[in-house]
Structure formats: C-alpha cells, structure tokens
Design a protein around this ligand. Structure first.
Ligand code: ADP
Length: 190
C-alpha cells in the first residue's frame, strides 16, 4: 500500500500540533514537527539549538539547510513508517522542493496538503493564551507573534500555490471545536 504522507499546513496557532496528535493515532503516522525538533535541540543545548534559538525567539525562520537536514535524518530513521505528517515543514519554496526530491526518490510522494485556515486575530488570541503556559518566548508577546504571522504570509503562504499546481491542496476551516476540525481533516483525507 502506498504511504500516507501528508503536509499539515497553516499559520502559527492554526492548530497543526493539536490536530497532528489525532491524525497520527488514527492513521498510524509518524509526526515530524520541525518546531518540536528545534526545541529539542535547544533543550539539549546543541550547537544547532544555540544557533536556532536566537532566530526562533524573534519569530524569524531558521535557515533552510538546517531544517532540511533534520527532516532528511528523520525520514531515513523511519523507513518502515506507514506515512508521515509534516507539521511546520515545509515553510519555504526551497524546503518544499527538497521534500519532494527526498520523497520522490523513494516513490512515496506527498498525497495531500491540508491547510488549516484561521483568521489573524484568532491566531494572536490563541498564541497569547498558549504563551501563558507554554513558556515559549515566541508566544510571549504580540509583536513577536505578529512577526511570525508576517514571516508566514511572506515566505510560507505562497506554498499553497506550489501544492495547488500539483493538485494536492485542500483548504480546511480551522475554527470550531477540536472534534469538528478533526472530522473535516479526516473527510479531506478520504
Ligand atoms: P508555530 O507554527 O506555532 O510558529 P513551530 O513550532 O512550528 O510553531 O515553529 C516555531 C519556530 O521554529 C518558527 O517561528 C521558526 O523560527 C522555527 N521553525 C520551525 N519550523 C521551521 C521551518 N520549517 N523552517 C524554518 N524555521 C522553522
């Protein structure tokens, strides 16, 4: 059977991490979140983590070669996976092209790009709320949050077109109860 490789897409605060948890359970997928991987490196105080922290704390993107390298290692470490959920990756055109190259080389392409759609003011509200408990510097103030959303609009949102051109883009309303949003995702996966 072909693998269920999915890109879960959307701005910061759209609910990608939350919904990933449901989808990995339901479909037996491996979750690859570059944000989680980077926070792991920061916690371990690796050279990579120390370099990434400054950028992440400002809400800027980390360089492509760093996140592409991390994803490559993880794909190679899970060759037996039933599929991957890519969460927070790809975030630039270069990352999307690198991912396609890696997966196409294995004849296991992305089957769908599910884009959670949430209005900006709702995103800011959610992230400020999360900041009260997450301890994440990048959730702690509104100007950093708005910078993340700007970075998303400038560098990441154009990837809709990249996946639309491949016939893989599916927009999902990301406002509502958690269960309703999961249902919409499951329907879109089909
Ligand atoms: P969110 O989607 O809520 O912003 P993430 O955990 O996905 O949270 O990302 C947090 C930060 O990690 C980003 O603002 C960015 O600095 C860095 N990051 C995560 N993934 C990538 C990526 N694919 N490319 C570049 N930077 C990334």
């Amino acid at each position: 059977m072909s693998k269920l490789n999915i890109v879960l897409f959307g701005p910061p605060g759209a609910g990608k991490g939350t919904q990933s948890a449901f989808l990995i359970q339901r479909y037996g997928l491996v979750h690859l979140s570059t944000g989680d991987l980077l926070r792991g490196e920061i916690k371990e105080e690796t050279e990579l983590g120390i370099a990434a922290k400054e950028l992440m704390d400002r809400g800027d993107l980390v360089p492509d070669h760093i996140v592409i390298g991390m994803i490559r290692n993880k794909i190679e470490a899970h060759l037996d996976a039933q599929g991957f959920i890519f969460d927070g990756f790809p975030r630039t055109q270069a990352q999307a092209e690198a991912l396609d190259e890696m997966l196409n080389a294995k004849s296991e392409p992305i089957v769908a790009m599910l884009a959670l759609e949430v209005p900006e003011e709702e995103l800011v509200k959610r992230l400020l709320g999360r900041g009260e408990t997450s301890g994440r510097t990048d959730d702690s103030n509104e100007s950093i949050i708005r910078n993340r959303i700007r970075e998303y609009e400038k560098k990441t949102a154009p990837l809709r077109g990249y996946y639309q051109a491949q016939g893989k883009f599916k927009g999902i309303d990301g406002v509502g109860s958690l269960a309703d949003i999961t249902d919409r995702l499951v329907k879109a996966i089909g």
